[in-house]
Design a protein around this ligand. Structure first.
Ligand SMILES: Nc1ncnc2c1ncn2[C@@H]1O[C@H](COP(=O)(O)OP(=O)(O)OP(=O)(O)O)[C@@H](O)[C@H]1O
Length: 433
């Protein structure tokens, strides 16, 4: 071997060693970056504190940034399968346990298990703008609702992440609970507690007589929704603005108690045909937001005002409700006359004073100037007072020995207790988080 050969071999070895070192360093950097971003996401999404009366406002949109990738590595998945700790699987002690690995703190499930629980996606409950919703029965027996995101929705992907990130830190009895999610086989699925009585909209606008809501039920629903929004606006840190409050997003459980749904999936509505970037649903959108593009808590208050009028009138906001409200607000002698627009199904029940009081509250929520709209805690209190007055009146109408009277008195106590419980719930979470 001459000197030239030795030099060539030396150069080749040098190049090979150099390339190997470069590859090694590349993978080391990638590994380091991956694990540190995973840690960052875990700490960002699972421990966001909750407290009362926050000052900083984060809309649903701004929360997207805290969870830009919910994919979990394949290594984790296969490790998990080996542990047999996923939905419907059996833990060591024979208990049903869910997948414990979840970046957001919410259990993550496998596609095939959801497929089984929905009888191969045949149990459809309805169709939203982001895809179909199915009823599912888990192996544990728990009944849930499964929302499958249409695979072609890029906006849906972002809002999927928002929903998981947000709902992992929001817990209140008047919010529809997210109980799991699935990112598997190219699918994005959200799993919620099942609300067996469907949406408020389906009750208000259904043709069937079975679904007509009594005045008492409507007041209860108004109060529940108000509590839910109060938690979002004044209990969560940072506060959350829903941005798509509407009767289709108010769901009712088997006792007809209401919960607010659809946090990250509020749709990108193209208003008046131009891509405006406005979020929300026509008929519920704050006019001030439409002109300024600035969404605040007061825009949610506007949408809630519309929902309250839906409860009173059963007129669909997409079919001229606002015109009816404006007309009735002028009344005959300059004073509002809400009796003109009250749902005729309520006319048999004698409660014009309560209707008037609720309509006055709702009307304040629709004030042209956002500043003049009440904060949600004031609305909750106003609704609570209407309910209390009603129950007191009902209780006194009956004699003490009359069972209806006694029942009314118990109900009244329950309203009072529920107010206290809700306040405690907000404060308790605040302290505990
Ligand atoms: N947790 C749930 N329990 C029972 N039914 C549900 C649940 N979530 C949604 N649904 C039903 O599934 C249907 C579709 O709901 P989804 O939230 O996807 O759309 P939407 O709110 O009706 O419309 P959009 O997506 O345009 O806002 C509705 O009929 C709703 O009542």
């Amino acid at each position: 071997m001459n000197r030239v050969d030795t030099t060539i071999i030396g150069v080749i070895i040098g190049v090979v060693v150099g390339i190997s070192i470069a590859i090694g360093v590349f993978y080391l950097i990638r590994y380091y970056k991956k694990s540190s971003s995973l840690e960052r996401r875990v700490s960002n999404t699972s421990t966001a504190p909750i407290r009362e009366n926050g000052e900083n406002v984060a809309s649903v949109d701004s929360s997207v940034a805290i969870s830009d990738d919910l994919e979990i590595g394949d290594e984790n998945q296969s490790r998990n399968r080996n542990l047999n700790q996923f939905w419907g699987g059996r833990g060591k002690r024979g208990r049903d346990v869910r997948d414990p690995i979840s970046v957001s703190g919410i259990p993550r499930y496998y596609y095939k298990d959801i497929q089984k629980a929905t009888q191969n996606f045949t149990t459809i409950l309805g169709q939203g703008s982001f895809g179909p919703v199915y009823k599912a029965v888990m192996l544990t027996g728990e009944v849930v609702a499964v929302k499958v995101l249409a695979s072609d929705s890029r906006q849906g992907e972002r809002e999927f992440q928002t929903e998981v990130a947000l709902l992992s830190r929001l817990h209140h009895r008047n919010l529809v609970n997210l109980v799991g999610y699935c990112v598997d086989k190219g699918q994005r699925i959200l799993i919620y507690e099942y609300m067996s009585n469907g949406s408020l909209a389906s009750h208000l606008y259904s043709e069937s007589n079975e679904k007509i809501l009594s005045w008492e039920q409507r007041l209860q629903i108004a109060h529940d929704v108000s509590h839910g929004i109060e938690y979002l606006h004044e209990g969560a840190v940072p506060p959350v603005i829903h941005r798509d409050l509407k009767s289709a997003n108010i769901l009712l459980d088997r006792s007809m108690r209401a919960k607010v749904a659809d946090f990250g999936l509020s749709k990108e509505e193209v208003f008046d045909g131009r891509k405006s970037g406005l979020k929300g649903t026509f008929g519920y959108m704050d006019p001030d937001y439409m002109s300024t593009n600035k969404f605040t808590k007061k825009s949610d208050i506007y949408s809630f005002g519309i929902i309250l009028f839906e409860l009173i009138t059963a007129i669909n906001p997409q079919q001229g409700l606002l015109d009816y409200i404006n007309l009735a607000s002028l009344g005959g002698d300059g004073k509002p006359d809400w009796s003109e627009i009250v749902d005729k199904n309520l006319l048999g029940e004698s409660h014009p004073e309560e209707v008037r009081q609720l309509a006055d509250v709702a009307h304040r929520c629709l004030h042209k100037l956002p500043k003049r709209r009440p904060p949600i805690s004031d609305v909750t209190q106003a609704i609570a007072r209407i309910r209390q007055r009603k129950l007191r009146k009902d209780a006194s109408t009956f004699t003490r020995t009359d069972t209806s009277g006694v029942l009314r008195a118990i109900e009244l106590q329950q309203v009072e207790l529920s107010n206290i419980a809700s306040m405690k719930e907000m404060h308790g979470t605040a302290v505990g988080a």
